[in-house]
Design a protein around this ligand. Structure first.
Ligand SMILES: *Cc1c(COP(=O)(O)O)cnc(C)c1O
Length: 420
């Protein structure tokens, strides 16, 4: 074990991780070796509740028999084949099922890719190329919101509004206009509006900004505005999709159907990297005609194993009537979160469905109180990760009442132990 960790520190490089502290001799990284349901087990045999669904991906828990069986069955057929010039049944079945999740809506075309960032890039490129090749080349700007997070590849990061996620700090390749609020957008000049290709937003809640909620009705008002000006609406449901907000998709809370719906994290139940960008027949038809194609794709587009996992996940949604269990679970979760309010270091609790951001403070950022508090939760059996001083709880949808109770209690103890 020791020598494995020595090799790790000698050769590996982790995302969003200050590697000097990571590689310090005193640092004893947690190695996760197995999982079942909402629990993960480390190299010492300790078990933890997966309080952030393995970075916001897991839906049905780990090692779910239905998902495991779906992937095994596919594995005995073939693991991966190219989607460039070929097709396969799992992709077709999944496409139909994704379209059927929003019955009767205009979202009838499915474009596969590998992760949240590429789902976003696909939508942005489709929006830009659509206007360019359909008589409106001046519509070359994507409007995005301050503090937005849409992924880390250069194209997706360009619409992001959180400086530290931008690395070099440069936007890349296309024009982005940024506004703080819907009111600011409503104040755009006619000139600015005619340059817009699409508006992109995380509906209901901005995740990486620290779980910040948009005002009720904002999404609907934004959608109406986009329709009035014939500007595409791109919804980034990479985090909010697949039941996380209490409905299958966040847009269903405000009866909004976008022009592009970007899905990833929970698509495969948190099992395999896979993404889908849903769009309309109108957008699709803008790419028809001689010599026209959407020039974009990845080697693992529509991975057969990924499609099988996604089909397995949707099967669990149906068999376990998961969406029907959510309202009661969300209410229970809210009541639990309310029990934290007596702690003096709680600044604000923000909740949307089974997503919660618990902001503690006020602390100076260099105190790293968010990180310290999450580390203090480990001995109490909870794994999670903060956004600065906002503690995140985002349990798998499969979490039971007892498990939710344990998570919130572990966080409570950790907050009490670390508060100065
Ligand atoms: C995680 C996330 C992304 C990026 O997804 P990756 O799979 O990490 O590339 C994009 N948008 C939102 C809202 C996310 O939470």
């Amino acid at each position: 074990m020791t020598s494995l960790l020595q090799t790790e520190k000698r050769h590996l490089w982790h995302p969003f991780t200050p590697m000097q502290a990571w590689c310090d001799e005193a640092h004893d990284p947690l190695m996760l070796v197995s999982g079942h349901g909402c629990y993960l087990k480390d190299q010492h045999g300790n078990e933890y509740l997966d309080g952030n669904s393995s970075i916001w991906t897991n839906i049905h828990g780990h090692n779910h028999p239905t998902l495991n069986a779906a992937i095994r069955a596919q594995l005995d057929q073939v693991a991966h084949t190219s989607f460039l010039g070929f097709t396969h049944e799992p992709a077709i079945q999944l496409g139909q099922q994704l379209v059927d999740l929003l019955p009767g809506s205009a979202l009838t075309r499915v474009f596969y890719s590998d992760n949240g960032s590429t789902a976003i890039e696909s939508a942005i490129r489709m929006a830009l190329q659509y206007w360019k090749q359909n008589g409106h080349p001046s519509r070359d700007t994507i409007l995005a919101f301050d503090r937005a997070y849409h992924g880390d590849t250069l194209g997706a990061a360009s619409v992001g509004g959180i400086p530290i996620f931008k690395g070099s700090g440069n936007d890349f390749g296309y024009r982005v206009q940024r506004v703080p609020t819907l009111d600011a957008l409503l104040g755009l000049t006619e000139d600015e509006i005619t340059r817009l290709s699409a508006v992109i937003i995380e509906p209901l809640i901005q995740g990486s900004a620290g779980m910040r909620l948009w005002p009720k009705g904002m999404l609907k008002a934004l959608s109406d505005w986009c329709q009035k000006h014939d500007i595409f609406l791109i919804l980034d449901e990479v985090m909010t999709g697949f039941g996380r907000t209490g409905k299958m998709f966040a847009c269903q809370h405000e009866d909004v159907i976008p022009d592009f719906l970007c899905l990833a994290k929970g698509l495969t139940g948190g099992y395999l990297p896979m993404a889908a960008t849903l769009t309309t027949q109108r957008v699709f038809e803008g790419f028809l005609g001689p010599g026209r194609a959407f020039y974009y794709g990845h080697s693992y587009t529509a991975s057969q194993l990924g499609c099988a996992a996604a089909l397995g996940s949707l099967q669990v949604f149906r068999e376990e009537k998961l969406l029907e269990t959510l309202p009661a679970k969300v209410q229970f979760f809210q009541n639990l979160l309310d029990t934290l309010r007596d702690l003096p270091s709680i600044l604000e609790i923000r909740q949307c469905g089974l997503i919660a951001g618990i902001e503690i403070g006020p602390y100076a950022p260099e105190q790293m109180m968010g990180v310290k508090t999450c580390l203090a939760a480990r001995p109490h059996g909870l794994l999670t990760r903060p956004v600065v001083d906002t503690l995140i709880l985002m349990p798998p949808l499969a979490a039971t009442q007892a498990q939710l109770t344990h998570m919130v209690l572990a966080l409570r103890l950790a907050i009490q132990e670390t508060a100065p």
